[in-house]
Design a protein around this ligand. Structure first.
Ligand code: NAD
Ligand code: GLY
Length: 327
């Protein structure tokens, strides 16, 4: 599959990645499972969201210098969404930009983060607040990586898969009522959706790409306020989708009962649907006001209107968000 973007195109290969002479950036878990794919002198960082920070960004950049990586080199992001976002952002800025290849090893990264060129890191003040659009030069999707994925990480990937159903593919929701028997075809279908969206609205200026953020305004705030320790990204956005569906119901944008339908489906995949914490909703709202979709502190959300369809809603009233979060 070929993805077109403003400065060229890249191929998504549904093929095994067999290794490379280029420098590989990966995390400790992936390095342990796939030592044969690491090349000669890989850069290995701790696993998890906490590596998407300024310190690790500087570390990886300096390690590239030590390895003599030049402007003509390319580097390999071998790992989940954290490695893809971090390595992609290093690639976007190292010597003003070098090539990188995405080799996504989680379900979440295969269906979402490895395609579309969004790369970045977190700040203490919020998630993905520093970043760039820097498309990869190639993506290798290999379902064999999923064999070693812990069950919890598989479930998180399913949260993003199910998201495509709610925002743009009602038929997928019906199929997912039963556990999928052919995961590869589901992955390809999700990538096709993502490809279509990012080609139509590469830089998220038309409100089309923002639809992919359904569940993320609330989800990112939950991830941040719980210090990225309590929930994985997929779990936080599953909760975020249910809460945003409740907000849409309250606003009269979605039919009553939508959030119950979502809760049921996420529970079939072992995903959390409730934010069980005593955090003040006002603190979460403060974080949402810093979300990249927000303008002048007004909170913007991509909200599902009916299963398979969504729209961008600006200036979501804070009192409605607070009511839903406070329940
Ligand atoms: P992750 O990269 O932290 O991977 C999850 C866990 O799985 C880690 O512990 C990792 O070591 C382990 N792992 C990875 N591959 C494995 C394998 N094959 N076998 C065994 N263990 C493996 O997290 P993720 O869920 O892949 O990605 C979440 C990140 O992606 C978040 O930071 C999120 O913001 C980002 N994201 C980015 C985009 C985008 O468009 N750029 C889209 C969605 C999500
Ligand atoms: N995952 C959101 C995006 O790529 O725009």
């Amino acid at each position: 599959m070929k993805i077109l973007h403003s400065s060229g195109n890249y191929q998504i290969h549904f093929l095994p990645f067999t290794g490379s002479h280029d420098v590989v950036v990966t995390d400790e878990n992936v390095a342990g499972y796939y030592p044969d794919l690491l090349g000669e002198n890989p850069i290995v960082v701790p696993a998890g969201e906490k590596s998407k920070n300024l310190e690790t960004y500087a570390f990886v950049s300096q390690e590239l210098l030590k390895r003599g990586v030049t402007r003509k080199s390319r580097i390999i992001a071998l790992g989940g969404g954290v490695i893809g976002d971090l390595t992609g952002f290093v690639a976007a800025t190292y010597m003003r930009g070098i090539s990188f290849v995405q080799v996504p090893t989680t379900l979440l990264a295969q269906v979402d983060s490895s395609v579309g060129g969004k790369v970045g890191i977190d700040l203490p003040e919020g998630k993905n607040l520093i970043g760039a659009f820097h498309p990869p030069t190639e993506v290798f999707i290999d379902s064999r990586f999923l064999a070693t994925l812990p069950a919890r990480e598989y479930r998180c990937g399913m949260a993003e898969v199910i998201k495509y159903g709610w925002i743009m593919d009602e038929a997928l929701l019906s199929e997912l009522q039963e556990p999928p028997t052919d995961l590869s075809s589901i992955v390809q279908r999700c990538i096709k959706h993502k490809a279509m969206v990012v080609q139509e609205d590469e830089f998220e200026t038309l409100g089309i790409r923002a639809s992919l953020n359904f569940g993320h305004t609330v989800g990112h705030a939950i991830e941040q306020i719980t210090h990225y320790e309590r929930y994985t990204h997929g779990e936080a956005i599953a909760i975020g989708m249910v809460l945003e569906a409740k907000i849409a119901e309250r606003l009269g944008i979605a039919p009553l009962g939508l959030s119950n339908q979502m809760t049921w489906l996420f529970e079939q995949y072992g995903l959390p649907t409730q934010y069980d914490s005593t955090t003040y909703s006002q603190d979460l709202i403060e974080i949402m006001r810093r979300d990249k979709k927000s303008e002048a502190s007004e909170i913007t959300m991509s909200l599902v209107t009916v299963p398979g369809s969504c729209k961008l809603v600006k200036d979501v009233p804070h009192n409605v968000i607070a009511e839903v979060l406070g329940e």
